[in-house]
Design a protein around this ligand. Structure first.
Ligand code: COA
Length: 258
């Protein structure tokens, strides 16, 4: 599939999706949203791909937000539709993707950019990363899940303050607050992210998908019950039998994703 606004490549089981509008700081316009949704479908369907990185083109930005130039003619219905389409087509799809997706955050991750990074399963930041939900500067609020995911990641007090003040969170504060897992130099960002994904890619794919499903249920009424059910389902997989047998035979397991 050809993309206008993304670069999509995969190597050794890892897909890299690069949002490619550097002259607009990779702002999320309608095309990017639609193509990102298609790219996630592609990586789920492609059996050679085990996991993915989402990043932004250029040295300055991961994504500087939704494309503000599209807002000028919108009313209530269009605004709700924009948020709903984005959440369904992209943000929820990333969060619930059965293959691990990690945000490699290079530079500004503002508004929809911060929300995109937060919808990924976890985040690695370059030292120049800056996170924020500055929508109130525009008379808006986050619309791609920011109020929900930021609260889940950093707690209610910080989420309230950051969304109310448009505070720009630098990489070290993001690390301290649990918004990102690691901080690295801009030059080694992709390499460091791939190192972590290579570890993940050596594990049983169906178990990874179940980890994602269970962790995403944390805090919900059926979180524990989901874990019980999916733990049980692991026993029906060839990979669970292989993993346990390999341990007992003191050898490295070979997982096939079945
Ligand atoms: N939507 C549309 N275009 C955007 C954009 C966005 N969210 N963010 C940046 N751009 C565009 C700018 O309009 C500019 O385009 P131009 O060269 O055609 O004028 C280009 O990207 C470069 O941005 P610029 O503002 O000149 O860079 P800067 O280094 O001075 O500032 C930011 C960088 C990130 C601080 C600033 O671009 C910004 O505040 N962006 C908006 C962030 C935001 O409010 N996001 C939430 C949206 S809901």
């Amino acid at each position: 599939m050809e993309f206008k606004t993304l670069l999509f490549e995969h190597q050794e089981g890892i897909a890299t999706i690069t949002i490619n509008r550097p002259d607009k700081l990779n702002a999320l316009n309608k095309d990017v949203i639609e193509e990102l949704g298609n790219a996630i479908d592609m990586l789920v369907e492609n059996k050679e791909i085990r996991s993915a990185i989402i990043t932004g083109a250029g040295a300055k930005a991961f994504v500087a937000g939704a494309d503000i130039s599209e807002f000028t003619t919108m009313g209530i219905a269009e605004g709700s539709d924009l948020a709903r389409r984005g959440q369904t087509l992209v943000f929820d799809k990333i969060e619930n993707c059965p293959k691990p997706i990690v945000a490699a955050v290079n530079g500004f991750a503002l508004g929809g950019g911060c929300e995109l990074a937060m919808s990924c399963h976890f985040r690695i930041a370059a030292e120049n990363a800056k996170f924020g939900q500055p929508e109130v500067n525009l008379g808006l609020i986050p619309g791609y899940g920011g109020t929900q995911r930021l609260t889940a990641l950093v707690g209610k007090g910080k989420a309230m303050e950051w969304c109310m003040t448009s505070h720009l969170v630098d990489a070290n504060e993001a690390l301290q607050m649990g918004l990102v897992n690691h901080v690295t130099t801009a030059e080694s960002l992709i390499e460091r992210t791939k190192e972590i994904l290579n570890i993940i890619n050596s594990k049983a794919p169906l178990a990874l998908a179940k980890v994602i499903a269970c962790v995403n249920k944390a805090g919900s009424a059926d979180g524990f019950e989901t874990e019980v059910r999916l733990f049980g389902e692991c026993f029906a997989t060839a990979d669970m039998k292989e993993g346990v047998t390999a341990f007992l035979e003191k050898r490295k397991a070979t997982f096939v994703g079945a």
